[in-house]
Design a protein around this ligand. Structure first.
Ligand code: PLP
Length: 392
């Protein structure tokens, strides 16, 4: 018996464990100091009432013979796929319900999609990066190359025509940098993918946070249907981090290496995935109803206001940052030339505020720091006051 040795190539990720350790060491030594966490990547507001009602009704259906449901369709129920298709239409993008796969979230889809691609492909990720893209491809034994996101490109990496990639992960609005691609810059990636016969895996998990005139979907870009798969999630859009539901879009015409990608992914899902539960699909469909959209927008607006409060403090302090506007993440340059962990300790010890050191997301995160807008208002306001007093 042999284990998949590619797992030996994974670099242990100590980021969140180290954040937790340094924070608990500090609280143990300073029991009367109040710590505020602005590092959390999970939502804190409860699910919208209309979503809860739908989930309860879905659960009730399972209690009666006439309305009981067994295994769902592999690609999700048509009513939910149609609701997602209509949602795309609401921002001017045409995706048909039979190009959508409902799933248990974007993390699984980002990690699992590699099943349908050869190990020989070269994978490009932007750096700093959401670690799932890197680790899932290391597990598969693929070669990974990095495109630098940095101050010169506003922490939104651009393609380099001198390198050849086959699979490209893009995330916009980005975790961790909060940057979002403009249509022109996204078009450059689509052109690069078409020229290189590559496939873009586009993670739009934070599209609902976009406020400016920026693409909410890669399919807003001409040519994307011939080169892109899009993954989205209800986790941050509607607070589904614990409920679990997302979706992946594969245009019917997308072909590579003589294979239809939709059909190939369908075959993979039919083999390894048995769908999302009835109550959760009912709850997800409620997110896309008129009332659902109104209610989830209230929660998003709450987080957006937190992001605005954090960003305007950084504006006042004259600190360079990206994100905060079209994203719940604020990615800032550590002040006074501090390193990421140095700033982490400085902020914790002098302001009692916890964030996430940027270098945990890749080489280009060195000297940067991530704050998130998912906390409650009172704590966010207090944390920002403390940061202002410390750094002014
Ligand atoms: N994609 C990105 C960029 C994320 O930041 C996250 C969660 O933090 C996910 C995907 C995970 O989404 P899900 O909860 O749907 O698995």
């Amino acid at each position: 018996m042999k284990i998949n040795k590619n797992f030996d190539n994974l670099v242990p990720n100590y980021l969140f464990a180290e954040v937790a350790k340094r924070t608990s060491d500090y609280t143990a030594a300073n029991p009367d100091k109040k710590i505020i966490r602005l590092g959390i990547g999970d939502v804190t507001l409860p699910l919208a009432p209309v979503v809860i009602d739908a989930m309860k009704r879905g659960a009730e259906d399972l209690a009666h013979k006439e309305s009981f449901k067994g295994y769902p369709d592999y690609e999700g129920y048509e009513f939910l796929r149609q609701a997602i298709s209509d949602y795309y239409k609401s921002f001017g993008v045409s995706v048909s319900s039979d190009e959508i796969f409902v799933s248990d979230g974007a993390k699984s889809d980002c990690g699992n999609i590699g099943d349908i691609f050869s190990q020989d492909n070269t994978v490009l990720v932007t750096d700093p990066v959401y670690p799932v893209y890197v680790d899932s491809n290391i597990m598969a034994g693929r070669k990974i190359i990095y495109a630098a996101s940095n101050r010169e490109n506003g922490f939104a990496a651009m393609p380099d025509n001198s390198v050849k990639a086959d699979i490209i992960y893009l995330c916009s609005p980005n975790n961790p940098t909060g940057s979002a691609y403009t249509a022109d810059r996204l078009k450059a990636w689509v052109d690069y993918a078409l020229k290189n016969d590559a496939v873009i895996l586009y993670d739009s998990a934070y599209e609902a946070f976009i406020t400016e005139a920026l693409p909410r979907s890669i399919y807003a870009i001409e040519g994307a249907r011939q080169c892109a798969i899009e993954m989205c999630s209800l986790s941050k859009t509607a607070g589904f981090t614990g409920t679990r539901c997302g979706y992946t879009v594969i245009p019917r015409e997308l072909e590579r290496d003589g294979h239809n990608i939709y059909k190939t992914w369908y075959r993979r899902q039919a083999t390894k995935f048995n769908g999302v539960s009835w109550p959760v699909q009912c709850a997800a469909a409620a997110v896309f109803s008129e009332e659902g959209q109104r209610q989830i927008r209230e929660n998003i607006a709450y987080y957006q206001e937190n992001a605005r409060i954090i960003s305007s403090a950084l504006d006042e302090l004259g600190i360079y940052y990206t994100g905060g506007k079209n994203s719940p993440y604020i990615w800032l340059e550590c002040p006074n030339g501090m390193e990421s962990w140095e700033f982490f300790d400085y902020l914790l010890e002098n302001a009692g505020v916890v964030g996430t050191p940027g270098e945990g997301f890749g080489e280009n995160g060195k000297g940067y720091f991530r704050l998130t807008a998912f906390g409650d208002r009172e704590s966010t306001v207090e944390a920002v006051e403390r940061i202002k007093n410390l750094l002014k």
